[in-house]
Structure formats: C-alpha cells, structure tokens
Design a protein around this ligand. Structure first.
Ligand code: VGL
Ligand code: ZN
Length: 206
C-alpha cells in the first residue's frame, strides 16, 4: 500500500488502562506502541481516539450490582458487555501510553463520555446512530482512506472499521499494530465481520 496525502492514520485507544498493568489490560497491548509510532512517522495525517468515561459509567460492571465484569446486559440500545472500571476521565489509566508519539496528532477524538451509552466506535456511539463528529471532520478535510491500528482489535478497532466502511471510507486495519481482548471468540468473529464488510486486513504496511 502506497501512503497518500489524503490518507489518515486513525489510532484507537492506545491508553494505559488497555496496556499490561491497566484496569482492562489487553494481552501484549503495549506491543502496538512501537508499531503505531513507526506508522505515524509515515502519515501526513494522524488522528487519535481516547476512551473517556465519567465515573459510574453505565458500561462499568460496578454500576450494575450483581453483574460480573465481562458479562452482558441489555441496554435500551442493545446488548452491552460490562467492563471493569477503565479510562475514567482525568485518571492515569485514561492517559495515552507514555511512549506513544502523540505530537503529530491533528485531532484527538474522545468517546464514551456520556454516562448512559458506551462508544466503541470512533464514529458512532453504541446505538450506532449518535455521531462523534469524526466522519464530518474527515470529509471536510478531504481525507478519504482510513488506516487503523490500536486497541482492541475485536472491540473498538472492529466497530470503528465497520462504521468506516458503512460511511463509505476505504478502510485498512494494520494487524501488527493491534491486539485483541478475545472474549469468547470475539477476535475470530471480528476478523470475519471486517473482511466481509470490505475492510482490508493487512499484517503490516510494507
Ligand atoms: C474498549 C472495551 C471497553 C476498546 C473500550 O478500546 O476496545 N473495549 N472500552
Ligand atoms: Zn471503554
């Protein structure tokens, strides 16, 4: 793949809580940092997302007494996995990994800041209709192809890539720059779903 000036590197949720030692640690999550940094050097445009929940967020198991982390409940907008408290606004866990090269980022899009609804995707909250504004931003700036990496492959990367396709963007996921949570086969399901939606899944960029 030849990187072009209307490409954007979209880096999903490379935050302390998703890295080893964090509240919702993804196995080997910090391994994406050098890969993402290497990619970021090559792109003219870089956008970061930041999972950014208020205390007591409805996606936290602690907000649903009797429900265990990683179980699922039904919310008004559909099924919702319950997570350990993570990425609470302003806490060290919500900060970007200290080695992540953030200087080049032209935009940081925060998501999941409404108490009553989770937002895995960089484009829409989990009702799949409330927009974050990212699609308008990319369109207004003429950015046409989205190359994604980050955490976690099977949740926020997956939802972001599916929405990007639904919105008509050419979409590439660089697997070397992603790691998965893999809850009950969620990685295989996400990979198949992304491929079926026309997301190009590349091991790495040449
Ligand atoms: C994520 C679960 C909860 C992610 C965010 O970044 O994939 N997963 N919040
Ligand atoms: Zn979250």
């Amino acid at each position: 793949m030849n990187i072009q000036s209307d490409d954007v590197l979209l880096v999903i949720d490379v935050q302390n809580d998703f890295c080893p030692g964090g509240a919702l640690a993804v196995a080997d999550g910090d391994a994406v940092v050098p890969v993402v940094n290497r990619l970021a050097e090559r792109f003219e445009h870089v956008v970061l997302t930041q999972d950014w929940h208020p205390n007591g967020h409805s996606s936290f198991a602690t907000s649903h007494p009797g429900s265990a982390p990683f179980s699922s409940i039904t919310m008004p907008y559909g099924p919702q996995t319950l997570w350990p408290d993570h990425c609470v606004q302003g806490t060290p866990g919500a900060a970007f990994h200290p080695q992540l090269a953030t200087e080049k980022a032209e935009l940081v899009i925060r998501k999941g800041f409404r108490s009553a609804i989770d937002s895995y995707s960089a484009f829409f909250e989990n009702d799949r209709t409330t927009p974050t504004g990212l699609a308008g931003y990319l369109r207004e700036r003429g950015l046409k192809r989205i190359v994604m990496a980050g955490l976690a492959t099977d949740f926020c990367v997956n939802y972001s890539a599916l929405d990007a396709r639904r919105l008509g963007f050419e979409t590439v996921v660089v697997l070397a720059g992603c790691r998965a949570i893999d809850l009950a086969g969620s990685l295989a399901a996400a990979s198949a779903g992304m491929a079926a939606a026309g997301v190009a899944l590349l091991d790495d960029l040449a």
